[in-house]
Design a protein around this ligand. Structure first.
Ligand SMILES: Cc1cc2nc3c(=O)[nH]c(=O)nc-3n(C[C@H](O)[C@H](O)[C@H](O)COP(=O)(O)OP(=O)(O)OC[C@H]3O[C@@H](n4cnc5c(N)ncnc54)[C@H](O)[C@@H]3O)c2cc1C
Ligand code: FES
Length: 279
């Protein structure tokens, strides 16, 4: 199914706050009531800084948190390159150029145990999904469709951990993996996932959702396949338009015939992991 920008709004919402959450990681809250009413977990927004022309094209940022009644949206970003460095300097009252919500988002599918696997800043799409799955937040579609939610969160070092308390408050079983051992033993998030799958009941239905660096998503997809657990990945391919026009965002996806390029912005960003051709 293709999700063109039919439900999207384009506007210049004001920044309410722009806070440091962790090392190089910030949360910007924008005053965007119409977008807040329309978004579902796993969708994203294209963002530009209207005060300059570099970068000229927008960057995709996933929905992190939203309050539809108060009309705000939170986006969490790693300060990395052009857009995020300029975004980090903006203050409350400054405008942003934003269009969205965009993309398909995660399906609201029933499962006993939803396992969310995040690498680094790939954690952003999961807070609202956890709340919805556990029936704690509603997005105008089915909610309360999981009995339990595990959040396997891998970062290079504990200083990059962002929003852990929010995930705990949402009712997740949070399992942290740091590569340098600064929080528990040094391990990768995939080691924690394998342990979780080994120890979990095999009679309960399980579903994995994953977002992070591509090699990590590929590894998670393999673990899911080896354990016969359905898995969906949210791809972070670079995008220019976000609305299906430019084809900068394509991923190789298997089809009944063979494979085809699919646009991550309108046919994703969430795909069945088993359909992705990683190379
Ligand atoms: C659906 C989707 C959701 C996303 N959600 C989030 C999210 O919630 N939070 C988030 O932080 N990101 C998210 N991203 C990624 C985001 O869109 C941007 O790619 C990211 O924020 C970097 O943008 P930037 O302009 O800051 O970096 P860019 O300037 O685009 O740089 C990107 C990378 O290239 C490197 N680079 C830049 N210029 C050069 C150069 N001249 N030479 C060599 N290397 C260079 C940078 O160091 C950096 O590693 C998402 C992407 C997608 C597709
Ligand atoms: S970003 Fe332009 S088609 Fe996807």
């Amino acid at each position: 199914m293709t999700y063109f920008a039919d439900n999207a709004v384009s506007s210049q919402p004001k920044i309410i706050e722009n806070l440091l959450l962790a090392q190089d990681t910030r949360r910007v809250r924008i005053d965007a009531p119409e977008m807040a009413r329309r978004v579902v977990p796993g969708q994203f927004f294209m963002v530009r800084n209207p005060a300059g022309n570099d970068p000229l094209i927008g960057r995709a940022l996933a929905l992190y948190d939203v309050d539809a009644e108060q009309g705000w949206i939170d986006l969490v970003y790693l300060v990395k390159g052009k857009l995020t460095t300029s975004l980090a300097k903006l203050k409350s009252g400054d405008p942003l150029a934003v269009w969205g919500p965009l993309g398909n988002g995660f399906p609201a599918e029933p499962t006993d145990h939803l396992i969310m696997v995040a690498g680094g800043i790939g954690q952003t799409p999961f807070l609202t999904l956890a709340r919805e799955a556990l029936g704690r937040q509603s997005f105008g579609r089915s909610s309360g469709y999981a009995h339990s939610v595990s959040f396997c969160y891998g970062v290079r070092s504990a200083k990059y951990l962002a929003g852990v308390e929010q995930f705990e408050e949402a009712g997740c079983d949070v399992q942290i993996a740091t590569e340098d051992g600064s929080h528990g033993p040094a391990r990768r998030v995939t080691d924690g996932l394998e342990g979780l799958l080994e120890n979990a009941s095999t009679t309960a239905s399980r579903r994995i959702v994953c977002c992070g660096p591509e090699p990590m998503m590929e590894a998670v997809a393999k673990i899911a396949d080896d354990n016969d657990v359905p898995c969906q990945v949210s791809l972070e391919t670079p995008m220019a338009c976000g609305i299906g026009v430019c084809f900068t965002c394509v991923a190789k996806v298997g089809t009944a015939a063979d494979w085809d390029y699919k646009r991550t912005c309108v046919e994703g960003p969430v795909f069945d992991a088993a359909d992705i051709l990683w190379h």
